[in-house]
Each structure stands twice: as C-alpha cells, then as structure tokens.
Design a protein around this ligand. Structure first.
Ligand SMILES: *Cc1c(COP(=O)(O)O)cnc(C)c1O
Length: 442
C-alpha cells in the first residue's frame, strides 16, 4: 500500500523477490515522500469520493477502493498484502480472529447440502465449527486420520464433497501434514485444499508450494507473537480453477454487484474477491485497524522470533526426553519423531515451531504441583507468545471429554502442552527442572 488510499504498490513484483526478513519488515507498505515512514493506523469507518459516479463504480465492483471499513481499510490492506507476499499468494482478507478466518474460507465455498473432508487432528475450535455448528447449517464433515493410507482416505470423499482441510502442524498431536498425499487427493477429487498454517507460519513453511489452494491463519499466535490482539487471515493461492461445474457461485452472475461473475472478472483472484464482497460484507468479521497495527508490528520480527522459538523448543524437548520424571516427549523437531522427515521435505527452515507436549509421571497431583511450581512459565490458554506457557489439556481445553475419549483423541491425562517462548533457553530449562523436582516430592 502506498501512503494514500490506493491499494496497489508499484513495487509489488520487487517485494516478491525480497528475502523473508525484508518482506516481514517492509512488504505491503511504501512510504510517500513527506508521509509517515511507519504504517499508520487509519482509524476511520468511511472514505471520501470524487462524485456519485465513482461510488457507483465502487459498488458495481468496477473500480477497486475502500467503501466502508467493514469490507476494507488501508492498514488492513497493507497487512493483507504483506501476508500475501509472505505466503506467495494472490490476495488476502484480514479477519477479526483466526476462527473467523476459518469460517470465512469455508463459507465462501460451501452451502447447505455440501460436504467437506478434514483431518481430525485439527485445532479444537475448527473441529467444533465443522462437526457441530456447520452441521446445524446443513454442511457435513467427515473427519479422517491424516496418517491413514491414501486408499483409506479416498473413502471419505463423496460426490458433494467441496473441500479438503488440514493443518501444517496439527494441534496438539503435532504431526506435520503429508502435503503430497493431501494435495494429490484434492486434485484427484477436484476440490480446493485449505491449509491452516498458524503454528508453522510462512517462515517455516509455505503451503502454496506444496499444493495448497487456500491458506488460513490465526494471526493471534506467532504472526502477532506477543499475545496482545486477536486476528486472522485468509490467503488465496490463485491456483484453483473455479469453472469446473462444482462452484456455480463463482461463475454465475452476482445480481447484488451489477451481475458480476467472480470467475470472469477476477480470474485467479475470484476466491478472495468473492470472500470480501459477499461474506466479509455479510458476516462483518472485520479486523480492527488498531489490532492490525499491533499484529503487523509483531510480524516485523517473525523471522527473528521463529528460529529462537524452534531452538528453545528443541533444547527443552531434549532436556525433558532425558528426565526421569517424564513419561514421553512429542516434538516434531526431535529426530526420532515420525514427522521429522517431513520437516526436511516441506519446511524452508529446519525447525518445528515452539509447541511441544510431554507426559509427566505421578498422576494428577504431580501435574498440579508442577504447574503451580513454575515461576517463569505460566498457565495460559494460548500458543505462540514470546513468553513460555503451559496448559494441561485434560483439565482445560479437553475437559468436556471423558478420560477414554481423550486417549482416543491422542490427549492422555498426563499430557502437558508447552508453548516455548523466546526467553533464554537456560532459564526456561532451569524453571522446568525446579518445578519437576517439586512435583516429585508430591
Ligand atoms: C488459535 C487457532 C485458531 C483460532 O484462532 P483465534 O485467533 O483464537 O480465533 C485456528 N487455528 C489454529 C491452528 C489455532 O491455533
């Protein structure tokens, strides 16, 4: 974005060739001479126009520009452009939360009577959205084990299946998605492949290079990185051919916008143009300009934070692996993890993000004492913060399930999830060490 309300930087092509650190800091915003150097907050709901003709063109989607902040705002456009460049897509829509990003992406594809296939090892909020809320709206989901062989996964597809969904790093099982298997299935059944790239971020992995058609994010996590603000992002890879008979809403005229056909008018950007014009308008899940400012500020250091998250998580995982009070450790950055080869295959950086899980010996009393004894790390329902934090899923996010159901979902009662921050690794390890000693005495 240039420092005016135009949304089309001349140097976008150059920005695509920058290294990821330069992109994190500078992409999406070009300061004008005499204008603010730092991306400013545009705290405005409305915009001024030349004349009635211009407004008419905007409302017919004949001209691009801002109408009202629910469907676009200059700081959001800059943040959207930066994320588009970082992921290597064609366009993006910022949303109020990550949950809203998943909703917007899915609603832009499905209607009552349609079906989707999703990995079952996804974020709990997405699982409930698909399995419960969308079901009430007439959309059915089949959850699959993403580690099943392709012959088994094929059985989940139906004639009315309209998308395939997975996460780069599933939460909290922490397996890395087999992109080749998932993208070949999506191609075979000719449905778009959506990837939630929240835990990996484009620093570790760019799903568009591995067959994804659409990427979603909770920017609340590593993108912002400091746990100040909620936000999300939907990014269009521009790879899907919407004119295949399965998505009439993309091809047929939208009578509310002067009979625009999104496919004819926007081509490779049909998905993201339609998401903004129809569902951002109707659902109103818009990111606030102030939160965009904070999330973008965090994003400026993503390339410095992610290596540190990865290094610290690996150091803590190795410490825990050798600790007598620990039953097991799961971190895909450990060489003995079954997903480790996929880091080498699909990731641009040799690291596995900052989330790990481990099993603590001594049952519920030990868990309670351990969490209470931590000094540096705190008990928090969140991941991706600069601060180290822990969570006991059995008594929090997964407490509605029975102990047996939790085990079936891969969440044993001894599991502690850690989101490893970017403090000094020695201090984090010392904190865990002293808390483990206190838990042993219980
Ligand atoms: C947190 C999270 C979400 C939801 O994001 P919010 O910003 O909390 O609404 C979606 N997907 C994943 C993988 C997440 O970790």
């Amino acid at each position: 974005m240039q420092n005016s309300i135009k949304n089309n930087p001349s140097s976008l092509n150059d920005q695509n060739t920058w290294g990821i650190g330069t992109q994190c800091i500078q992409a999406g915003f070009e300061a004008a001479v005499g204008g603010p150097r730092v991306l400013p907050i545009y705290q405005t709901a409305s915009y001024k126009y030349e004349d009635v003709d211009q407004v008419e063109r905007l409302f017919a989607l004949e001209e691009s520009g801002f109408k009202y902040t629910r469907t676009g705002n200059p700081i959001l456009a800059a943040f959207e452009q930066k994320m588009t460049i970082l992921e290597g897509g064609t366009g993006a829509v910022a949303t109020s939360t990550g949950q809203a990003a998943v909703l917007l992406a899915v609603a832009n594809l499905l209607r009552a009577g349609d079906h989707l296939v999703s990995a079952r090892t996804i974020y709990g909020g997405s699982h409930v959205l698909f399995g419960t809320t969308l079901k009430k709206l007439g959309i059915e989901t089949t959850f699959v084990n993403p580690e099943d062989p392709v012959e088994e996964l094929r059985k989940a597809f139906r004639p009315n299946t309209r998308l395939l969904f997975g996460e780069t790093i599933g939460n909290p099982a922490l397996d890395i998605l087999d992109f080749d298997k998932f993208s070949s299935l999506a191609h075979e059944f000719d449905v778009p492949f959506i990837v939630d790239n929240t835990l990996a971020t484009p620093f570790l992995c760019q799903p568009f290079h591995h067959g994804a058609d659409i990427v979603v994010h909770s920017a609340t996590k590593y993108i912002g990185g400091q746990a100040t603000s909620l936000g999300g992002m939907v990014i269009d890879g521009g790879s899907y051919n919407w004119n295949n008979g399965k998505f009439p809403d993309y091809v047929e005229p939208d009578r509310l916008y002067a009979n625009t056909s999104y496919w004819k008018k926007f081509g490779r950007a049909a998905f993201i143009s339609k998401a903004r014009a129809q569902y951002l308008r109707d659902f109103g899940v818009t990111l606030s300009p102030f939160n965009a400012f904070l999330l973008n500020l965090g994003l400026e250091t993503l390339h410095l934070r992610m290596p540190r998250h990865c290094e610290n998580a690996l150091a803590l995982a190795e410490f825990l692996e050798n600790h007598p009070q620990v039953n097991w450790v799961v971190y895909p950055g450990l060489k003995n993890h079954r997903s480790f080869p996929r880091i080498l295959k699909y990731f641009d950086y040799s690291g596995a993000s900052g989330v790990l899980t481990f099993g603590l010996k001594g049952g519920s009393a030990a868990v309670r004492e351990f969490v209470k004894a931590l000094k540096l790390a705190s008990l928090v329902v969140h991941v991706g913060d600069a601060r180290t934090m822990v969570l006991h899923p059995a008594t929090s996010t997964h407490s509605q399930l029975s102990s047996r159901e939790r085990l079936a979902a891969g969440i044993p009662d001894d599991m502690i999830r850690v989101s490893v921050g970017i403090e000094d690794a020695d201090d984090i390890i010392r904190d865990f060490d002293q808390a483990l000693q206190k838990a042993k005495r219980k």
